[in-house]
Design a protein around this ligand. Structure first.
Ligand SMILES: NC(=O)c1ccc[n+]([C@@H]2O[C@H](COP(=O)([O-])OP(=O)(O)OC[C@H]3O[C@@H](n4cnc5c(N)ncnc54)[C@H](OP(=O)(O)O)[C@@H]3O)[C@@H](O)[C@H]2O)c1
Length: 328
């Protein structure tokens, strides 16, 4: 079993493929064998450019290839559920881009099919596998800042590409689904709890999606998270975790690099903690190999993804109704 390689297929020629292809080639337990696109011409050109052995002119054709073990789903958000389910039904394990789906019912449908097919399905929140994230969690759990009271998280950038899928409401666009999902995920992860109530506000752009979103999430024991995200603000990512005895500041929480640093402040003292990182997208590729080849649970379970989607849906509902929304 130990020298078996997982053979991967890419479901589309999405830009984000560029992040996954190098780790697939770096990892001794994984290899990239195929790409599919909506046209054969595009698939062929992409396969030539990236030196991928097989090119398919439809997503269905790639799923019918018995040589493929794992499918990567980097499609627009509204298509994640359909193609993850189709891949699982074809007996493929699936690494699906964030957000796994855009409703809780969709996550439940994915889970039912994955269980029936006996395949691994996991969400590609790459930051969750990085040593920095694991170190932050370890510090919080060890009480390095006392009792956690508040998590603040931000992810913004200026979206300048015309016609980007992120601006299309029918494709699951919007800043909360695209980048607001990161601080929500981060807060839930470090707190190890789920929000019980949320309040959101949005600024809607010309295309009808939220282009800026701010949200408050109330967790049990009156712990809060505040998040903000935007397509219309300078590139900026940050997480701060505030406790009774100190605060942790994480300058690069969602796209950490090879050499990182985080800071713990306690009163006037500031402690710098250096972190040896790893190639950002390698973790999710190795995690899939651990899950399929070694039978380990993937780091991001479907229950975890479901809770993230539930929080995001509640935030959107709250912003629409201009009222706090409880989460069951
Ligand atoms: N984890 C991360 O760091 C990260 C970063 C960026 C994006 N993402 C996620 O990855 C996904 C894709 O993002 P992206 O920026 O890579 O998108 P993108 O470049 O626009 O790619 C989406 C691909 O989907 C296919 N597609 C099928 N139907 C489509 C339709 N109706 N309209 C447009 N494209 C369609 C197209 O491929 P074909 O023409 O080849 O069929 C297209 O290339 C999103 O879910 C996003 O949240 C994750």
């Amino acid at each position: 079993m130990s020298d078996r390689k997982l053979r991967w297929g890419l479901l589309s020629t999405a830009r984000i493929n560029r992040a996954l292809i190098p780790p697939l080639r770096m990892s001794p337990r994984n290899e990239l064998v195929a790409v599919a696109s909506r046209t054969q011409e595009k698939a062929d050109a992409y396969a030539r450019e990236w030196q991928i052995p097989k090119a398919y002119g439809s997503y269905e054709a790639l799923l019918a290839d018995p040589d493929i073990d794992v499918v990567y789903v980097p499609l627009p958000n509204s298509m994640h559920e359909h193609w993850t389910i189709e891949a699982a039904k074809a007996g493929k394990h699936v690494l699906c881009e964030k957000p796994l789906a855009i409703s809780v019912a969709e996550v439940d449908a994915i889970r039912a099919v994955a269980e029936q097919a006996g395949v691994v399905v996991t969400e590609a929140f790459m930051y969750r596998h990085h040593p920095q994230t694991l170190k932050v969690k370890e510090l919080v759990d060890a009480g390095a800042i006392g009792q956690v009271r508040l998590v603040r998280g931000s992810f913004s950038f200026n979206l300048t590409r015309e016609g980007d899928v992120r601006l299309d409401p029918l494709l699951g666009g919007g800043s909360l689904w695209d980048v607001g999902c990161y601080p929500v995920s981060y807060a839930r992860f470090v707190l190890g709890k789920e929000p019980v109530e949320v309040f959101g506000r949005k600024v809607v752009g010309r295309s009808g999606v939220d282009e800026t979103f701010t949200g408050n999430l109330r967790f049990p024991d009156n712990v809060h998270a505040q998040i903000d995200c935007s397509f219309r603000a300078t590139f900026r990512t940050h997480v701060e975790i505030v406790g009774s005895e100190g605060a942790i500041s994480i300058p690069h929480p969602f796209k950490p690099g090879l050499e990182e640093q985080i800071f713990i402040t306690r009163g006037d003292d500031s402690e710098r903690i250096a972190i040896q990182g790893q190639e950002l997208y390698l973790g999710e590729v190795e995690d899939m190999a651990d899950a399929v080849l070694l039978g380990r649970p993937p780091r991001i379970s479907l229950a975890d993804s479901r809770a993230n989607v539930a929080a995001l849906v509640a935030l959107l509902e709250s912003a629409e109704r201009r009222q706090p929304v409880p989460i069951a």
